[in-house]
Ligand binder design. Structure first.
Ligand code: N01
Length: 552
């Protein structure tokens, strides 16, 4: 079975895009506008990417929606109105559906099409793609926007298949019927961003909720609220300026839209400029504003231990203030984590939920979960019975979305093998041995360490510029130079030297996936430096890439 746009007509597309999320929709649009033929493959039945699959209760973004949205189109920006400061998953999905319809992208997306194989044809210089329903496509360029956090992993606990109760993963939530936990004994494994968001809502239904806490993270209340007409009256006159400043990297654009200008300016100064008392007063003002903004108070939060300690302590203090039972508070206190080593979680009523009579925290660091059983879990040699178990156990981040696909480059080299020992790329865009493959949000790019929508938009525009360059110069092949890749990998490693990230044991460094190569996965040197490096490469005619015209 082959698709009309692919093998049946014999057409070789200019590009095949993997993924129908934020990055995939944008690159599809840009390529079409630039006159390239392109299709996108999406495993889900609709657009949304991560926001299609992560439909667990309470799923919402932790970046303010007014800037967790596209800026490339003034029209789209003005036509869409967000209802809340941090939008919930259904609204983000609706937004992406709106964008896909508004830009007439859906006709170029193949839904329910999971890419399982991609093979590079060196002689003919194109990729052949095979999807799970068995369709095949061919394209000169393979552009992956598969998502940095899109390959779910289950907890590394034996005998999961034995469990006879209702088993869920937060990122593989049922698409047909919303689960009802009313009257059930429920366990949640995992207290990262997903667990933190779903626990308060599941607790409202469950008869008993047991939260398995292994490494408690730093948590901040979102202070989410509806966006009012008044907010929009404030936003309209500053919108273009904020968007521009974000694109110039003067502001982060993740959670400070309506923040006082003075605090935004302080953010450009090191915490070392202030006394501990002054810093505390600044943190108090940020805390009132809400979201992940407290830790982003100064420029040196990940490099200056004293400043980092103060911020980490400030966040930790909340636990004892809110959680009434001291034993529970001790289990939830993130004593092992410094700010920056693990992503701060942002939610609503998370700590408050542990004051409910039907909720308990179980310390599974002290007493690990040993195994699943037919009826529940074994912890400390004792079986605990549960009617439902929710695994909010995270993702094989940045590399996992591509290593699960059989991607064969030059001489049959596979991405899975290439990334067995490291996750090296050149500028996060390309990988030696895999010609004409370009990545959005790939390892070695800033992606998850910044406002990912802003990073995506830059990468999309950079790829568009590269493809136009290749077309203008009659070039049909591009491949990363091994030396350039090794140098960029060194830059990525150096970017965390002397920062708290060196001590990270989280998915940032692959520590959550047994057997995964360990090392920082994203470029932590800041979006501005990253953009300067990538633009410099483009301005100089793409050194580090070998570009060539058709042979013969
Ligand atoms: O996954 P995680 P996530 N026994 O990896 C625990 C983005 N995101 O889905 O830390 C016991 O953070 C594990 O424990 P430990 C965001 O970037 C964004 O929550 O390894 N526990 C940990 O607590 C985020 O960072 C949004 O000790 C086990 C949890 O499972 C990223 O996605 C919303 C265990 C996994 O936490 C991932 O978040 C959701 C075991 N055997 C996600 N195995 C927003 O925008 C695993 N764990 C808000």
């Amino acid at each position: 079975m082959v698709d009309k746009a692919g093998a049946v007509t014999g057409e070789i597309l200019d590009a095949l895009v993997l993924g129908g999320g934020f990055g995939g929709l944008h690159i599809l649009y840009q390529l079409r506008e630039a006159g390239f033929s392109a299709l996108a493959l999406e495993a889900g039945s609709d657009v949304g990417g991560a926001w299609y699959w992560n439909r667990y209760p309470g799923a919402r973004c932790d970046v303010e929606s007014l800037v967790y949205s596209y800026s490339f189109s003034h029209e789209i920006d003005r036509e869409w109105k967000w209802s809340e400061r941090y939008s919930a998953q259904p609204e983000i999905r609706a937004y992406l559906r709106f964008v896909s319809e508004r830009l007439d992208l859906r006709k170029d997306i193949r839904f329910d099409s999971r890419l399982v194989k991609a093979v590079w044809n060196e002689e003919e210089r194109y990729w052949t793609f095979t999807t799970e329903p068995g369709d095949t496509y061919r394209a000169r360029m393979f552009i992956s926007s598969a998502g940095p956090i899109s390959a779910p992993i289950w907890p590394d606990i034996p005998d999961r298949a034995k469990y006879q109760g209702r088993l869920y993963h937060s990122a593989l939530w049922p698409r047909d019927k919303e689960p009802d936990f009313t009257g059930l004994r429920v366990a949640v494994i995992g207290t990262g961003s997903s667990g933190t968001q779903l626990i308060p809502l599941v607790a409202q239904q469950a008869a008993r909720l047991s939260v398995m806490v292994r490494t408690p993270g730093l948590y901040m209340p979102a202070c989410n609220r509806p966006l009012t007409d008044e907010d929009y009256e404030k936003w309209e006159p500053i919108r273009d300026n904020v968007r521009q400043r974000m694109r110039n990297f003067e502001i982060v654009g993740s959670g400070d839209i309506f923040m006082e200008e003075e605090l935004i300016q302080i953010r450009n100064r090191p915490g070392a400029d202030f006394t501990p008392e002054e810093r505390r007063a600044i943190l108090d003002r940020r805390f009132k504003y809400g979201g992940a903004t407290v830790p982003r108070a100064f420029t040196d939060v990940v490099t200056n231990k004293e400043v980092n300690d103060q911020i980490s302590d400030y966040i930790r203090e909340q636990v004892g203030r809110i959680v009434k039972d001291p034993k529970t508070a001790a289990i939830l206190t993130p004593s092992e984590i410094a700010y920056g080593q693990k992503r701060v979680t942002v939610g609503t009523d998370y700590y408050e939920t542990f004051n409910r009579d039907n909720v308990e925290a179980i310390d599974v660091k002290a007493t690990p979960i040993e195994a699943f059983t037919e009826k529940g879990l074994i912890i400390g040699g004792q079986e605990m019975e549960f009617d439902a178990i929710i695994c909010a156990s995270g993702f094989d981040a940045l590399t996992g979305a591509l290593t699960v696909i059989d991607i064969q480059g030059v001489d049959g080299r596979t991405i899975k093998d290439e990334w067995a020992d490291n996750s090296e790329t050149y500028l996060g865009f390309g990988l030696a041995g895999f010609p004409n493959l370009l990545m959005i949000g790939g390892p070695g790019s800033p992606s998850v360490l910044v406002n990912v929508i802003v990073a995506n938009e830059f990468q999309v525009e950079w790829i568009e510029r590269l493809m136009k360059h290749m077309r203008a110069h009659g070039l049909t092949r591009i491949e990363v130079d091994e030396d350039a890749q090794a140098k960029w990998a060194e830059t990525v490693r150096n970017a965390v030297k002397g920062t708290v990230l060196e001590g990270s044991k989280s998915w940032y460094v692959g520590a959550n996936v047994p057997g995964k190569a360990q090392g920082i996965l994203a470029y932590a040197g800041g979006l501005a430096n990253y953009i300067a490096a990538c633009n410099d490469v483009a301005d100089k005619g793409y050194p580090g890439f070998r570009l060539s015209p058709p042979e013969g």
